[in-house]
Design a protein. Structure first.
Length: 78
């Protein structure tokens, strides 16, 4: 696609993501755009998992989210 065609598409669809799947840089930029989009809706919270329920720890890591830090308290893993 020529640069003129790309410019016309950008003007017609300013929110579109133009990329080449053959370009590693474009694919990496798309990945980052997707991550930023979904992370914007995430909220940070604290979860205390009682020591008696440590079997559920795998579920915490498997769900859609990110564990930012871990600590240990008197009642469970934080």
């Amino acid at each position: 696609m020529s640069e003129a065609d790309r410019a016309a598409l950008r003007a017609k669809h300013p929110d579109a993501i133009l990329l080449s799947a053959k370009s590693p840089e474009d694919v990496a930029a798309l990945r980052e755009t997707i991550i930023v989009f979904f992370e914007a809706a995430m909220v940070e919270d604290q979860l205390v998992l009682p020591y008696a329920k440590q079997g559920l720890l795998g579920d915490v890591y498997e769900k859609r989210g990110a564990v930012l830090s871990e600590d240990y308290g008197t009642t469970g893993r934080i």
